[in-house]
Write a protein that binds this ligand. Structure first.
Ligand SMILES: [Zn+2]
Length: 565
């Protein structure tokens, strides 16, 4: 009897008797029942029940079968018809940046100076001597007609320096202590492209610093300590699991961040899985890791295996590198941040040592340059059997470059909400022809490429349902424009979900471990309050999907019922 026959015989015997299962498999630690399970497993797209042992899924099937197979399992959760899907894998994020913004005092909804000062007073009362109090979000546009001064702010925090950045980053508001540390006096001259606001009568600096003048204070704010870095990451991770994210790819990681991740993991305070892209601009960091080799976590918690490069800047600020001039500024073509030869060189070295390279490329010239560099390196490093090189964003592509991703096996790592955030002005930048190859998910996917999707938070929301909605509608949250922006580039729901699960898992070499709910895979799953597969006719409802529970490795790490109590 060959192996296959033996297996099918075993399977048929096993369906008759749960005894057989007990011999081959451990008994489940947990049974999830009465759910609508979207498995993302093409062999069995839906199920009602899931059995978990340790950190793995060991079985999926119907409720009736589950009752028959596992009658003695005590630990069972009746999900009462809720939908279960694989945990979201966000393939491009900035977890630490999100954490930093969470650590600062949030003044986004603050309407008056008094309110802002009251919040600072509260912080100051709990602060250590000399500790900086940092905030952001007061609306410098709305307040511009009557900027506050530092009187009340300095009274609220006489000993701790305070610096509060405006919502749009154009103005900062400092107290006396911060002005003193920065050495700003009546005699300080304005910097280029900046202004120190002075009191009309006394000529004393008021504490308001416009544009580049903010740098006078910012340069004195100490770098974050390890404790603060860990706290920031922990806060951000908390937000992630509340939003249904179970894995993130962290796009640009510094040495202190690597250490903070390790520390948090050691202390059991890193609930979600992190895939690290090291900061490729940090030469010492790159050299150190290339000498050491990748660190692939057998527990799939924290893997360091990728290097992040930047080929260019952003389209909005005209930093993206284009093959021809900007349509609304014909004299400019953007700025290259890493040259083609540098990308080639780093790619070659990375492939030799088993690292993946992820290069940020927005403009059509930046994408071509990166593809050229990758092609050359791939041609030379024969040993790189499974390189999975990535281009992050792949935002504007020349028509002739679109098929090169699939030909070279390069992953196109794209962000649905970038299209819906940029659609109001993107065509002004590049004109009606080049826009055809911009945010062109469908054109890219058609060539057979791997297309992981992501949010790029905190620049965009980390709520993955906003990304899924943007992917399938190409509309803003109000449903504009009607019919979608270049709707021929929309994705189907199935393709969008695949982008946030299986494809994102592939992009980090983990497609055998996660990305779908099937026996053998990690039990990373979320319970949501609506059946996402039934919202085709009213996609806006996707925006209000709530995550009820998040499981990572079979462990309940977030429960909305628990937080409501
Ligand atoms: Zn990014």
């Amino acid at each position: 009897m060959n192996k296959l026959c033996l297996r099918s015989l075993l399977v048929s015997v096993c369906t008759l008797s749960s005894l057989c299962l007990a011999q081959n498999q451990p008994l489940p630690d947990l049974l999830l029942l009465h759910a609508r399970v979207v498995t993302m497993n093409p062999a069995m797209p839906s199920a009602q029940a899931i059995a978990i042992a340790g950190d793995r899924i060991i079985w999926a099937g119907t409720d009736a079968e589950a009752q028959k197979r596992f009658p003695s399992v005590k630990n069972r959760i009746d999900l009462r018809g809720a939908t279960v899907m694989p945990g979201i894998i966000d393939a491009h994020t900035h977890l630490f940046e999100l954490g930093k913004s969470l650590l600062r005092l949030n003044l986004k909804d603050v309407a008056t100076e008094q309110e802002a000062v009251a919040r600072v007073r509260e912080r100051a009362a709990a602060a250590r001597p000399g500790e900086w109090i940092l905030g952001w979000g007061w609306d410098e546009g709305k307040w511009a007609a009557h900027y506050p001064d530092n009187e009340a702010l300095s009274r609220a925090s006489p000993e701790n320096p305070v610096f509060l950045v405006g919502l749009h980053g154009f103005a900062g508001w400092a107290n006396k202590k911060a002005l003193a540390i920065a050495g700003i006096t009546t005699a300080t001259k304005d910097p280029e492209n900046g202004k120190i606001v002075h009191d009309e009568k006394t000529h004393e600096p008021t504490g308001i610093l416009l544009n580049r003048a903010q740098g006078f204070v910012e340069s004195h704010i100490p770098a974050m300590s390890m404790e603060q870095t860990e706290k920031a990451i922990e806060l951000a991770a908390e937000q992630c699991i509340r939003n249904g994210l179970t894995s993130v790819h962290e796009a640009r990681v510094s040495p202190i961040m690597v250490q903070a991740y390790r520390n948090l993991l050691g202390k059991g305070r890193l609930p979600l899985r992190v895939y690290v892209m090291l900061d490729g601009a940090d030469k010492a960091l790159v050299d150190e890791w290339l000498a050491r080799g990748p660190e692939i976590d057998p527990h799939h918690r924290l893997t360091v295996r990728a290097i992040k490069l930047f080929a260019d800047g952003a389209l909005g600020s005209r930093g993206a590198v284009l093959l021809a001039g900007y349509s609304d500024a014909p004299g400019s073509q953007g700025v290259i941040t890493t040259s083609q030869s540098q990308i080639y060189d780093l790619t070659r070295r990375s492939l030799e040592k088993g690292f993946q390279v992820c290069t940020h490329a927005i403009g059509d010239a930046a994408n071509r340059m990166t593809l050229d560099a990758y092609q050359k390196a791939l041609g030379e490093i024969r040993a790189a059997r499974d390189p999975r090189l990535r281009i992050e964003h792949a935002q504007v592509l020349a028509p002739e470059d679109i098929s090169r991703f699939a030909q070279l096996g390069v992953i196109a790592s794209m962000q649905p909400t970038h299209a819906t955030s940029d659609m109001a002005w993107a065509e002004k930048r590049i004109g009606p022809e080049r826009i055809q190859g911009a945010y062109a998910w469908r054109s890219v996917l058609k060539t057979g490429v791997h297309l992981p999707l992501s949010s790029d938070f905190p620049g965009e929301t980390l709520n993955p349902f906003y990304g899924i909605y943007a992917a399938i509608t190409r509309q803003d949250v109000q449903g504009n424009p009607r019919g979608g922006w270049y709707p021929e580039q929309r994705l189907t729901l199935e393709e969008a979900l695949r982008g946030y699960t299986r494809e994102a898992a592939y992009a980090e070499f983990e497609e055998k471990e996660k990305g779908s709910l099937e026996p053998g895979k990690l039990a990373d799953l979320i319970v949501i309050d609506k059946d996402i597969t039934q919202l085709g006719s009213k996609p806006q409802e996707i925006l209000s999907i709530r995550v009820l529970k998040t499981f990572i490795g079979g462990k309940l790490v977030y429960d909305s019922a628990a937080t409501q109590k």
